[in-house]
Ligand binder design. Structure first.
Ligand code: ATP
Ligand code: MG
Length: 249
């Protein structure tokens, strides 16, 4: 177990929302400043999922960003993998609004759980601070001026590519050694900051042993990122990297 990062303020009296860092297709990231009892402050990212299939603006507002946490208590769902009540399962099957909320809750709990495992295993992932059934707080990668760019937008110089690639492969080994496939790995879900890669966005990560498609997801992840690097002129063979990474399983 790695010790809790020292920058994190845990005893606090107030939090300010400094604004939106990024709104993606599936989630919105805000920057939060926390004020500690001891006078220290820290800044971190707060991730809220936008409901997947809900497109109407009114519904988005009701469920998404300004959503209250009332439904979470209603659901009594924590971090388990089962829906505890058959009413919940039926709601998901029907994909009622209530069901969509349940799924959101499940994705976030899962993302927090996977990132916690991987952070402790030493992977370069933002430190997962807490998941409260409503929002997921995690380390912010960036500085006062800008959030870390996604790898595809980071304008790496040719001489930086080999080091970035090595870090990525090292990271893949850690992920696989913990038994996971990221499931959506690409140059969009890797950040580049201070000459370092950061893996993000794990809600769809799968347990390779438990999921029959786990190896296929891993294969796709590896080919995706290798393709990105070879497109930029690096001599990489995706299948070779895949075989290498599998040795960590
Ligand atoms: N911890 C972080 N620090 C800085 N920026 C972050 C952090 N987490 C996410 N971001 C930014 O927010 C974007 C969206 O986050 P994430 O990939 O986790 O959600 P998403 O559901 O995949 O959204 P999208 O549909 O845009 O990919 C990231 O691509 C990244 O630019
Ligand atoms: Mg993403």
């Amino acid at each position: 177990m790695r010790p809790t990062p020292t920058w994190l303020v845990t005893e606090f009296h107030d939090e300010d929302d400094l604004g939106v860092v990024k709104t993606g297709k599936e989630a919105q990231i805000n920057l939060i400043e926390r004020h500690g009892h001891d006078g220290r402050t820290c800044v971190f990212a707060r991730k809220r999922y936008l409901p997947r299939e809900v497109k109407q603006k009114g519904e988005l507002e009701a469920l998404g960003v300004q959503r209250s946490s009332a439904f979470v208590h209603d659901v009594q769902y924590r971090e388990g993998r089962q829906f505890r009540k058959s009413r919940d399962r039926r709601a998901v099957e029907r994909m009622s609004t209530y069901g969509k909320r349940l799924l959101q809750d499940r994705w976030m709990g899962h993302e927090h759980e996977v990132m916690t495992r991987l952070w402790h295993a030493g992977l370069s992932v933002p430190y997962p601070i807490a998941y409260d059934g409503n929002v997921f707080d995690l380390e912010y990668v960036g500085d006062d001026e800008r959030a870390a760019p996604q790898l595809h937008a980071a304008r790496l110089r040719a001489e930086q590519l080999p080091a970035a690639f090595d870090q990525l492969v090292d990271g893949l080994h850690v992920i696989v050694a913990e038994g996971y496939a990221h499931g959506d790995l690409s140059a969009y879900n890797v950040l580049w900051w201070d000459d370092r890669v950061w893996f993000i966005d794990f809600p769809q990560a799968v347990d390779i042993a438990a999921n029959p498609s786990g190896i296929d997801f891993l294969h796709r992840d590896v080919l995706n990122v290798c393709g990105w690097f070879s497109h930029r002129g690096l001599d990489v063979d995706g299948e070779e990297v895949f075989a290498d990474v599998l040795r960590s399983l």
